[in-house]
Design a protein. Structure first.
Length: 290
């Protein structure tokens, strides 16, 4: 399972959700500047890298989260994006999870052969509060993508999206609290309300983590360890599996790949209480949970 592809690193803060950006924090710990944007070296071609036996390291049917230390539609990355699109075009057998706070830039950044969208692209916008939801989701709904989702993270304000879910375009909603320096509170009441809206529309909802600063029943819980945050999110019983998402993936000759030939996720014992298990494609075998 290969979960993340960062073709470039670094970002420019653009909204209140960026205030305590985890990438800036982790770069600062390494004495780096998160605003320094650069194309990754060996990481850029990651989806095309092969094992010694000649097979792709990233297997058919896996999902890669793209630019988790940047924004795929960042203006500063315009010079590299076409090459990244070419990689995703070539790996039509892999699902690419795109997430942005800049949906207003997307239409001008799509490749010439985009048409009404590529089947292997899952496009998401970040909605950290109601203001950003009302700014970004209407744009999301107008964009030509076959698969669309919403991510409320860092979840720093209550959000209602029921009227957007009525469109039938949204296939998944994720939420999670804020981490590291200055983490703002995530209220469990917000999570429950968002979950209820998704359940009413039979849309998958995943509460991936509480965040460091979590409020439940008027009591504040301080949880700096991300594994604990994930376990507490799982134990809250908020995750809901809605209508299944169907990605039609193709091989290098353009033929549909039968489901039985696609990657099958595997999990470890600790994965049973992972808040993200519902939406991620298996254990990465990183060993951190031992």
């Amino acid at each position: 399972m290969h979960d993340i592809w960062n073709p470039w690193h670094g970002c420019i803060k653009c909204s209140e959700g960026c205030q305590n950006c985890y990438m800036y924090f982790l770069d600062r710990v390494r004495d780096k500047n998160g605003a320094n944007i650069y194309k990754t070296k060996s990481g850029f071609s990651y989806p095309l890298q092969k094992s010694r036996n000649g097979s792709f390291k990233v297997q058919s049917g896996e999902m890669l989260r793209v630019c988790m230390t940047s924004d795929f539609f960042l203006a500063e990355a315009d010079v590299w994006r076409e090459e990244a699109w070419n990689i995703m075009r070539r790996r039509a057998d892999v699902i690419f999870f795109l997430l942005t706070k800049r949906p207003e830039r997307v239409m001008d950044c799509l490749p010439a052969d985009w048409g009404d969208g590529w089947e292997n692209i899952f496009f998401n916008v970040t909605c950290e509060n109601q203001q950003r939801a009302d700014e970004r989701i209407p744009i999301l709904l107008q964009l030509p993508f076959k698969h669309k989702g919403i991510m409320c993270a860092p979840f720093i304000g209550s959000v209602s999206i029921a009227h957007y879910l009525d469109t039938g375009q949204i296939e998944q909603v994720i939420c999670g609290g804020e981490n590291y320096d200055g983490a703002r509170p995530c209220h469990f009441d917000w999570v429950k309300s968002l979950r209820a809206e998704c359940e009413a529309h039979h849309i998958t909802f995943c509460f991936i983590e509480t965040g460091t600063n979590f409020i439940k029943d008027g009591k504040r819980y301080w949880m700096p360890k991300k594994q604990v945050q994930s376990e507490m999110a799982y134990k809250s019983d908020m995750n809901y599996k809605g209508k299944p998402m169907e990605f039609v993936l193709k091989d290098e000759w353009g033929q549909n790949i039968p489901k039985e030939l696609l990657y099958t996720p595997h999990y470890r014992e600790n994965c049973k209480t992972c808040g993200s298990r519902l939406i991620y494609n298996g254990c990465s075998d990183c060993g951190k949970c031992k």
